[in-house]
Design a protein around this ligand. Structure first.
Ligand code: GLU
Length: 324
């Protein structure tokens, strides 16, 4: 029998537990309500999971609870498009400029007619349209295989979320038509939108998100399986757009305060990449007015500050990150 008093507590785990207790009290924010499945989620759900690039896991809260990945998927599908077409071609279809607008704004760059970046819906839909395959099934299977490399196990679609997204996604459909008009995507609009709605409806838990983030922190190599999920060459492109565009129209303030590449989604997930160190994932479905998880933002602000994680912090590297 283990004597609890003799167990050496990980300092990082204690920090995460304290943050969890502190912010569990915070009841600010609202559930996403554009589809019924998201509106009926338990607002108290809250988990934090950190995975280091050497595969250590620090988890608090219900890190096994499944939810849909939503916009966080955009990061990984962007990586897939870069691998399939190369940086130059992808740039002709989707820019890398932050918008300052809401994620679902129907705007394209005036001059180039490209969507502004791959993290807003228009850009993500154009990116999804680049996924190769002989038909919808092959494209979906290839995408699932890509996600599996990051997560380390099979991943499944929440069919009711997918059906709701598809039934209510008029705005996304309008954007797709606008991009068809400008030749940014091709004729198969409904197939592209289905694949986009499917990628948003993939089920993950907080620990899955942490390993995905840790894979990006580890130059594209999954720290657990050691599999290369995305070519190292493209990790810097992915992290750059996460840094400038990953937090909806809060991206600038996030970069200023937290200073790390990140991506959030409307179901309340948030991933943060600390290059060469760790991936951080938080899940809490109460969202602020920009669509970011309220508790998720708070937790990451504190972690960044406490461990000097901001990439431009002059103290970076000198604050002790002591996971052990
Ligand atoms: N399925 C959502 C949409 O495309 C994703 C939104 C999000 O997570 O930002 O509208």
């Amino acid at each position: 029998m283990i004597d609890e008093s003799e167990v050496i507590r990980s300092p990082l785990l204690s920090v995460l537990e304290d943050l969890h207790i502190k912010y569990q009290q915070l009841q600010e924010g609202k559930l996403a309500n554009y589809i019924p499945e998201l509106a009926k989620v338990n607002p108290d759900l809250f988990s934090i999971c950190v995975m280091t690039t050497d595969g250590q896991v620090f988890a608090v809260g219900d890190c096994q609870h499944l939810f849909t990945i939503q916009s966080i998927s955009k990061v990984f599908v962007y990586g897939m498009a870069l691998e399939e077409h190369g940086r130059e071609y992808v740039l002709t279809k989707v820019g890398v400029e932050p918008t300052g607008d809401a994620f679902n704004s129907i705007v394209l760059d005036e001059m180039s007619k490209r969507p502004y970046n791959p993290m807003v819906n228009a850009g993500a839909i154009a990116i999804t349209s680049l996924i190769k395959g002989s038909g919808p099934t092959e494209r979906l299977n290839r995408m699932l295989e890509m996600f599996k490399k990051y997560i380390g196990h099979d991943i499944f679609i929440d069919i009711s979320v997918f059906m709701s997204e598809r039934t209510t996604g008029h705005r996304n459909r309008a954007m797709a038509h606008l991009m068809l008009n400008f030749g940014m995507i091709d004729q198969k609009i409904e197939e592209v939108l289905d694949l986009y709605f499917q990628q948003c409806s993939l089920m993950v838990n907080c620990q899955d998100l942490a390993v995905m983030a840790a894979t990006l922190a580890n130059n594209g190599i999954n720290p657990i399986t050691r599999e290369q999920a995305v070519k190292s060459d493209y990790v810097r492109d992915i992290l750059s757009v996460m840094y400038t565009c990953g937090m909806y129209n809060f991206a600038g303030e996030w970069a200023y305060k937290v200073g790390l590449p990140a991506k959030s989604g409307v179901s309340g997930g948030l991933i943060v990449v600390v290059p060469n160190k760790m991936g951080i994932a938080v899940f809490s479905p109460l969202l602020d007015e920009r669509g970011n998880s309220v508790r998720g933002v708070k937790v990451c602000e504190e972690l960044s500050q406490q461990y000097c994680l901001h990439i431009f912090d002059y103290l970076r590297g000198s604050c002790k990150f002591n996971g052990n």
